[in-house]
Ligand binder design. Structure first.
Ligand code: AMP
Length: 126
C-alpha cells in the first residue's frame, strides 16, 4: 500500500529498470533483498548505490510498508557492501537523498556509499 501523501511508485524509474535487467549496471553485490552497483557518475573514488529490491520510493515508504525481513535484509546488505569494499577503516559515508529538498533524482529508495578518500564534513552548499 502506498503511504498517504507520497507519489505512487514509478515502475519505469531507472533503478527499477536496472533491477529488471533492462539496462546494465556494474554490480558489486546482490542478494534476495538488495542490489548494489557502481554509480554511473562517481563523486568519490568509491561511489556505490545500494537499493532494496522492493518497490519503495522513499525512506518514509520503506519504513512504513516494508516487512521486517526486507528492512533487515537491506540494512545488512549496506553493511556487507561497505565491509566487502574494505571501507570500514579508514571509514566512509552513507547518504540517502529524499524528495525535492533532498535532491532525490531517482524515485526508488537508495543509499549512496562514498569512500576512498577523506570526505570532509557533512553537506556541501553546492
Ligand atoms: P539521487 O540524487 O540520490 O537520486 O541519486 C541518483 C544517483 O543515481 C546519481 O548519483 C546518478 O549518478 C545515479 N545514476 C543515474 N543513473 C544511473 C545508472 N544507470 N547507473 C548507475 N547510477 C546511476
Amino acid at each position: 500500500m502506498p503511504v498517504s501523501g507520497l507519489p505512487p511508485y514509478d515502475d519505469n524509474n531507472i533503478f527499477a529498470r536496472i533491477l529488471r535487467g533492462e539496462i546494465p549496471s556494474k554490480r558489486v553485490y546482490e542478494d534476495e533483498w538488495a542490489l548494489a552497483f557502481h554509480d554511473i557518475a562517481p563523486q568519490a573514488p568509491v561511489h556505490v548505490l545500494v537499493i532494496p529490491k522492493g518497490k519503495y520510493c522513499s525512506f518514509a515508504d520503506f519504513s512504513a510498508s516494508a516487512s521486517d525481513a526486507e528492512i533487515g535484509g537491506f540494512i545488512r546488505a549496506v553493511g556487507k557492501v561497505a565491509r566487502d569494499l574494505g571501507l570500514e577503516d579508514p571509514g566512509y559515508r552513507l547518504l540517502a537523498n529524499m524528495g525535492q529538498h533532498g535532491g532525490q533524482e531517482v524515485p526508488h529508495l537508495h543509499v549512496h556509499l562514498f569512500g576512498g578518500r577523506g570526505l570532509g564534513r557533512m553537506i556541501s552548499d553546492r
